[in-house]
Design a protein around this ligand. Structure first.
Ligand code: SF4
Length: 119
């Protein structure tokens, strides 16, 4: 597997090339979401085909400064999980580390007060 990305837009793709896969299953082991499955099937007709797109996404940007903060699917998934747990700070996931510090501890902020939630 390989990744392809656009530095300007933050769009990226996870590509798979049949001819390069050794069926070693390391990708299965390291995937934190456990979303991959390995079937050891020899498909010779696919060996000379171009890479297959397994997944496409974009990078989420900080809502304050616009810098890239992480894969959109990861940020959305964390927001869903934290929201389901009743966490009121899910909007903080839309901020880069520097902007989180400014929002929480910047001038005029009392770190003991809850952070304002967007509408
Ligand atoms: S099975 Fe091994 S070689 Fe094939 S995509 Fe996964 S890590 Fe790469």
């Amino acid at each position: 597997m390989a990744a392809s990305s656009n530095e300007e837009t933050g769009d990226y793709k996870l590509l798979f090339r049949h001819d390069l896969c050794l069926a070693c299953a390391k990708c299965i082991t390291v995937c934190p979401e456990k979303c991959l499955k390995l079937e050891r099937i020899l498909e010779l007709d696919k060996m000379d085909r171009p890479a297959v797109v397994l997944f496409e996404d974009s990078m989420a940007r900080c809502r304050e400064c616009g810098s890239f903060i992480g894969p959109r699917a990861l940020v959305d998934g964390l927001q869903l999980k934290l929201g389901a747990m009743g966490d009121s700070l899910t909007s903080m996931l839309e901020l880069c580390p520097a902007c989180k510090m400014k929002v929480q501890f910047g001038p005029g902020r009392d770190a003991r007060e809850p952070v304002n939630q967007p509408d």
